[in-house]
Design a protein around this ligand. Structure first.
Ligand code: FAD
Ligand code: DLZ
Ligand code: SF4
Length: 513
């Protein structure tokens, strides 16, 4: 091969997959580029643990590629000539490493970077081959076809087609277990005294230790705790975590999927999103492994179907929606929410036990499970009318699994209803009663969940009604909100006034009036 025929293959921090489309036709003489760059670490100030996890996983992946015979140029964040951006590192490689006939990349996960990449061909005067990311089960054009002619994009119908196409949990043409969805069995509160599974902890090796020091040094003021890092940073360890999840958590995953417990970060959740999202685990393999547990009689259908729905359904659906709707999707603010994000999203200093626990868990682990994200921090931001931009930035930076393709639809659409109902048919707004039903938070809280008004009342209670009042013109016509609006009509003026004055007092107390 002449130098001219060489390909430069850029692999991003969330593309740590040997079979990545950008690597599929790798030939001797090609060069794989991985680069730690300040721009990606700071376009939002990512959680320190997210940075440690990702940089360590990138360094381990470079080793994996080298062992597999690839020539790799790995740029460390503290390399003297590091230009600070991915574009800058491509440019430097083109200058320093001889001539290349083309640049090959896999479609990335965020619009801002994709937009930049579409200009690279002109910038570098080189053909740029942007390939589909075939780690997802639903190609983007397939998703677009599915949306064609549909008034509403309903995840459940998309999911059924995906089940058929992927052949997951199917008995011929029928869904395994006789039904598509077993969610009605998946709303149990955690019984007191239940033994929770002991979760894996991977000791940090030399590479991770080095990265921890680097992150503390360069990004010391970012949110969260850098160490200890309990997560896997290699494919082999991520696969171990998958096996442990299947053995000890999956059977109860469905039952307690919506439960919350103070001080318990992981419950029966898989804690696999960060591995799937950065490429250490393959989503299809994860789904197939879960199905095998059902087929072998080791896990019940409600657990396995619920788990597969999250990955084959929600994960694929939000990604399709993101690319279908961007860039306009991020601009809407249907409820005209404008208040600032309260400080306690950063400090955890609040008397609300549920919010405190969700934030402290997030600080410690760069993780919170779905119900904490949706029904605690998300629900609070929705009820309090916090600006979507500020909430989205928070979600994008605090979670180790967060990239905009998955974070944005979940935050903007599902949690905040800022898209006016593209993702969800109604806002996921809930008062303290829901939180009390699904958790043990309220018994240890300063506030009283049974009180509706006054200084000791649970803020979720009056904020819930205040939310319905503030957004009456936009939400009253929503048929799924008929019941709460009928109840609001029955509320006398005195109670309405109390809702308003309690909400205003609370907004003043937390500094966002
Ligand atoms: P499990 O509960 O074990 O679920 C299994 C898998 O299903 C997850 O690993 C994940 O890959 C997938 N999944 C479940 N729910 C969703 C969903 N709604 N959308 C996409 N995939 C899903 N998930 C992210 O991966 N990155 C994010 O940045 C992210 N931001 C979120 C923001 C908000 C406001 C909300 C409400 C949800 C968000 N989610 C996000 C979805 C979900 O909360 C996480 O995927 C899940 O908590 C990850 O933990 P787990 O691996 O233990 O999940
Ligand atoms: C999230 C992230 C971070 C923190 N750092 C890097 C990096 O230094 N180099 C890199 O290639 N990728 C990084 N990433 C992941 C990218 O931000 C991600 O590829 C884009 O957001 C698109 O999903
Ligand atoms: Fe949260 Fe209200 Fe319960 Fe306190 S009383 S834990 S604020 S729901």
């Amino acid at each position: 091969m002449t130098k001219k025929q060489r390909a430069l293959r850029l692999v991003l921090g969330d593309q740590l997959t040997p079979g990545l489309s950008a690597l599929q036709d790798y030939r001797e003489g090609d060069l794989v580029l991985l680069a730690e760059v300040a721009e990606e670490a700071t376009y939002v100030k990512h959680h320190k643990k997210k940075l440690v996890f990702l940089f360590s996983a990138m360094r381990h992946f470079a080793e994996e590629l080298r062992e597999g015979g690839h020539e790799v140029r790995y740029v460390r964040l503290d390399d003297a000539d590091n230009s600070g951006s991915l574009g800058g590192e491509v440019e430097r490689t083109l200058k320093e490493c001889g001539s290349f006939e083309r640049l090959v990349v896999t479609h990335c996960g965020e619009y801002r970077l994709h937009d930049e990449m579409t200009k690279w061909s002109e910038r570098f005067d080189l053909p740029v081959d942007i390939r589909d990311d075939d780690r997802f089960l639903c190609p983007l054009d397939r998703f677009a076809d599915w949306t064609d002619g549909r008034k509403r994009l309903t995840m459940e119908y998309f999911y059924r087609e995906m089940r058929r196409e992927a052949g997951l949990l199917m008995d011929g043409d029928d869904p395994a277990g006789g039904e598509w969805n077993f969610d009605r069995d998946n709303r149990k509160k955690l019984p007191s005294g239940i033994d929770l599974p002991v979760r894996p902890v991977h000791p940090s090796d030399g590479i991770t230790q080095e990265v921890i020091a680097l992150v503390e040094d360069r990004f010391g003021e970012h949110f969260g705790e850098a160490e200890p890092l309990r997560y896997a940073v290699t494919r082999a360890h991520a696969e171990d975590d998958l096996k442990k999840f299947l053995d000890i958590c999956l059977p109860c995953f469905g039952d307690y999927q919506d439960a919350m417990a103070e001080g318990e970060a992981f419950l029966f959740h898989s804690v696999l999103s960060m591995y799937m999202n950065c490429g250490l685990l393959d989503p299809r393999t994860v789904c197939e492994a879960a199905e095998a547990e059902y087929r072998e009689g080791r896990a019940p259908i409600n657990a396995v179907e619920g788990f597969i729905r999250q990955i084959l359904g929600w994960r694929e659906f939000v990604r399709g929606l993101y690319w279908l709707k961007m860039p306009d999707y991020a601009k809407s603010n249907f409820l005209d929410a404008k208040r600032d994000l309260p400080d306690f999203y950063w400090t955890g200093e609040t008397k609300m036990a549920c919010v405190r626990d969700a934030v402290l868990t997030t600080q410690k682990h760069a993780y919170a499970h779905h119900i904490q994200r949706l029904m605690i921090t998300g629900n609070f931001a929705l009820l309090a009318g916090i600006s979507p931009k500020q909430v989205e930035e928070w979600y994008l930076l605090v979670y180790a699994d967060a990239y905009e393709w998955v974070e944005l639809p979940n935050t903007h659409g599902m949690a905040l209803f800022a898209d006016g109902g593209v993702m969800a048919t109604k806002p996921y707004a809930a008062s303290g009663a829901y939180i009390n039903r699904m958790s043990d938070y309220c018994s240890g809280c300063f506030y009283s969940v049974s009180k509706k008004y006054g200084e000791k009342a649970c803020p979720f209670n009056y904020l819930y009604w205040n939310f319905l009042i503030e957004n009456e013109d936009k939400l009253k016509g929503n048929p799924r909100l008929n019941m709460p609006y009928r109840n609001l009509e029955k509320m006398d003026d005195e109670k309405r006034k109390a809702v308003k004055s309690d909400s205003e007092r609370f907004f003043r107390e937390i500094g966002i009036a």
